[in-house]
Write a protein that binds this ligand. Structure first.
Ligand code: C2E
Ligand code: CA
Ligand code: CA
Ligand code: CA
Length: 279
């Protein structure tokens, strides 16, 4: 049994020798993915629950492997974390996303927020805030338009530099969102201690709206708690009209999910913004 750090938690699982070999090959290949131009950033809109205007977008990484086709981040990000490659890949995503957000700002002037996911490995890098500051300077993006999404996969106490990093990022003027809220063991601790502006309710709760009254109660309570703490709330994984109605009735601020739009390649997202502008 190999112990490996997954996206959201520590998992213990058995890896077959064949799987092990494939992972090793993928890791070796991943080392060159950026240089080979195989990485892409997709964008998924975030919608104001009341007006249905686009208020921002989340940057989601894709790897176009020449033989295997599109590999999802849920699969290759753990490999990037194990090899430490996530630090340079994460910086590449950040730079690309900020550059793109600035280009859209110059063209459309909508003040859209760009959400960028940070891995636990990045959150522990002592120079994280310097990297972010440099990218902001290079791209000219207003720090207010950048939102860094952090998951509660690690305990604050066990993670060196995490608190300082968050405080420094906040001082730069960036926003912080707690991703996958409610799924980690440390949700409330994160909420109490980190300078978070927004909570993202995990899709595992949203999916059960209309199905599981307990999960509905958790969604409702999370929204109310966030508002009492003066934080914004985004619901992820909004797939059907029933989710939308429930979240609206319970005053969720923003929504993200297939009901509105899938993550789109840059050119398609740009068309979406251009169309909206014409309306
Ligand atoms: P996440 O941050 O929770 O991102 C949301 C995921 O839900 C995305 O999956 C998105 O495509 C998917 N999604 C959006 N709307 C819906 C919906 O209505 N229904 C369902 N079922 N799914 C929906 P994706 O793009 O495969 O990314 C998976 C995870 O990989 C992300 O989860 C995030 O944790 C990680 N990830 C993606 N890009 C990056 C990155 O640049 N850096 C890091 N460190 N992690 C990333
Ligand atoms: Ca996210
Ligand atoms: Ca999430
Ligand atoms: Ca997730």
């Amino acid at each position: 049994a190999a112990k490996s750090m997954g996206r959201n938690n520590y998992r213990v699982y058995d890896v077959s020798p064949a799987q092990e070999q494939q992972n090793a090959a993928l890791k070796a290949r991943l080392r060159h993915a950026e240089g080979n131009g195989e990485l892409r950033v997709f964008y998924q809109p975030q919608i104001n629950a009341g007006t249905e205007d686009i208020v921002g977008m989340e940057a989601l990484l894709r790897w176009e492997h020449p033989e295997l086709g599109n590999i999802g981040p849920g699969f290759f990000i753990p490999l990037a974390e194990e090899t430490g490659l996530i630090v340079s890949i994460g910086e590449w995503v950040l730079r690309n996303a900020c550059k793109q957000a600035k280009a859209w700002e110059d063209r459309f002037g909508l003040g859209l927020r760009i959400g960028v996911n940070l891995s636990a490995v990045q959150l522990m890098q002592p120079d994280l805030s310097e990297v972010v500051a440099t990218v902001l300077q290079e791209t000219g993006l207003d720090p207010n338009q950048l939102e860094l999404e952090v998951t509660e996969s690690i305990s604050i106490k066990a993670a060196p530099n995490l608190m300082e990093n968050m405080q420094k990022l906040h001082r730069l003027g960036c926003h912080i969102a707690i991703d996958d809220f409610g799924t980690g063991a440390a949700s409330l601790d994160y909420l109490r201690k980190l300078p978070a502006d927004r909570i993202k309710i995990d899709q595992s709760f949203v999916r059960n709206i209309g199905v599981d009254p307990d999960d509905e109660a958790i969604v409702r309570a999370t929204i109310e708690m966030a508002h009492r703490l003066k934080r914004g709330v985004v619901a992820e994984g909004v797939e059907i009209e029933q989710h939308l109605q429930f979240l609206r009735a319970n005053h969720c601020d923003e929504l993200q999910g297939y009901l509105f739009c899938r993550p789109l390649p840059q050119a398609s997202f740009e068309r979406l913004l251009a169309e909206r502008e014409r309306l």
